[in-house]
Design a binder for this molecule. Structure first.
Ligand code: SF4
Ligand code: SF4
Length: 420
């Protein structure tokens, strides 16, 4: 695609990056077929190709309107279009740039501004979020339905492993997951403990930065990323951390891209590169351990089988691969292989490449599209009549749980339950 970027952007970091991405797009439209918002709304401007064209117009200096902002807001940033695109267009990076430029030029309605500020403040403030979530869980049954859906039901809590190991990995301190579903972090450390690995959560680290960054507060998001690197670096530099193990793919994809996001910061670029290189989803890490350590496989698989046979955990499950895992981190089939290798029976799920509608803060900001996608996703997940649904991202888990008729869990929770 030919581009004539405006003088005010063409020589900037974002201008050069956007131009390189735009030039790769040949406007073929293959991506529209797999775009969830295009499937629902049927408007070219709510497709990747349409949005790419809108961003091109903005960066070429044409007048930006609220209409452009609305079409960009409706994008889930699921990056399904990246997986489909035969030309390697890095749509995710382009939409981040486009949204930021539009945000600086179009005034949002006051209500929207307040909502976005509130989400950024609440989700990035762990003590405040945790206090609100704890209070919400106590009175969950009394909450209005819309609010109740945002508060996950209580679930079995594994015991924190007491063992200590010389092999160590770092786990994200996180912003919302420990308050919403604390069992996921504990279950992850149970699995790693079984593999002879110590999990370290460093108190000085926190939110990965995705919430602020994707709500167009790039500076706020980058500050959180740098704070995390400062917290992790001494362990990483000393070679004491084998990996940064992620159990929420929404955070995983962000940390995996710290190298790109901080490439322009001389004090952080090299550190970010190293951090991103050792970042792995827990399924990738466990798959590697199971491959290298047959004793671990011989220990875990019978424990899982016994727990399934005794009815302690479900054996027949439907797996939802989050977009951040399959389209963002490009991790495909790994969780599925780990689960079937451990003895779970996975039911077939149609359209597993499509987003469930959670997409970070999207379910709050675009509830209608989000709910329609949830309904479609749950219909597909339930078609094989599973006993339960598994996934691996806090947003997807909470979103699906709010409409599901069966249990929805991070898969590590069941494996930890089987081990203990
Ligand atoms: S598939 Fe790729 S090249 Fe084709 S229109 Fe979409 S983004 Fe552009
Ligand atoms: S990121 Fe997802 S919603 Fe956005 S344009 Fe691409 S496929 Fe469509």
């Amino acid at each position: 695609m030919d581009t004539q970027l405006a003088d005010w952007i063409k020589d900037t970091r974002h201008g050069k990056e956007a131009e390189a991405i735009l030039r790769k797009c040949v406007h073929c439209g293959f991506c529209t077929a797999t775009c969830p918002t295009y499937q629902i709304l049927g408007d070219e401007l709510d497709s990747p190709r349409g949005r790419i064209y809108l961003i091109k117009q903005v960066l070429e200096g044409q007048t930006v309107t609220r209409k452009t902002q609305v079409h960009l807001d409706r994008c889930l940033t699921c990056r399904n279009c990246e997986t489909t695109c035969p030309s390697g267009v890095q749509y995710g990076k382009l939409i981040d740039i486009g949204r930021k430029v539009v945000e600086e030029r179009v005034e949002r309605p006051a209500g929207e501004k307040m909502m976005r500020q509130g989400l950024k403040g609440l989700m990035s403030n762990k003590p405040l979020f945790n206090a609100g979530m704890a209070a919400g869980k106590m009175v969950r049954g009394l909450l209005p339905e819309a609010l109740q859906k945002k508060v996950p039901a209580k679930r079995p809590m594994p015991r924190t492993p007491a063992g200590s190991h010389s092999r160590q990995v770092i786990m994200l301190n996180g912003c919302v997951q420990p308050g919403m579903m604390p069992s996921i972090d504990v279950a992850t450390s149970v699995l790693l403990d079984a593999a002879g690995i110590q999990t370290r959560v460093l108190a000085e680290s926190g939110c990965c930065g995705a919430v602020k960054y994707h709500l167009n507060d790039h500076d706020g998001g980058l500050a959180q990323m740098k704070a995390n690197i400062d917290a992790w670096w001494p362990m990483v530099e000393a070679g004491h951390a084998e990996a940064l193990v992620m159990n929420a793919s929404g955070c995983g994809v962000t940390v995996k891209e710290y190298d790109h996001l901080l490439a322009h910061e001389p004090a952080y670029a090299e550190k970010a590169k190293r951090i991103s290189a050792i970042t792995m989803d827990i399924a990738e890490f466990l798959a590697q351990e199971l491959h290298n350590n047959t004793a671990l496989r011989d220990k875990l698989a019978p424990q899982v089988k016994q727990a399934i046979d005794r009815g302690l955990i479900p054996g027949k499950i439907a797996f939802h691969p989050p977009c951040t895992l399959q389209h963002g981190m490009k991790v495909k089939g790994v969780v599925e292989n780990v689960l079937t290798g451990l003895g779970f029976n996975l039911t077939p799920v149609a359209d597993s490449h499509l987003c469930c509608g959670s997409a970070g803060t999207y379910s709050v900001l675009q509830p209608e599209i989000s709910n329609e996608l949830k309904k479609r996703k749950l219909d597909n997940l339930m078609a094989g009549q599973p006993q339960a649904i598994a996934s691996c991202n806090i947003g997807c888990l909470t979103h699906l749980e709010s409409g599901a008729s069966v249990d929805v869990r991070h898969w590590v929770e069941w494996v930890a339950q089987a081990i203990q």
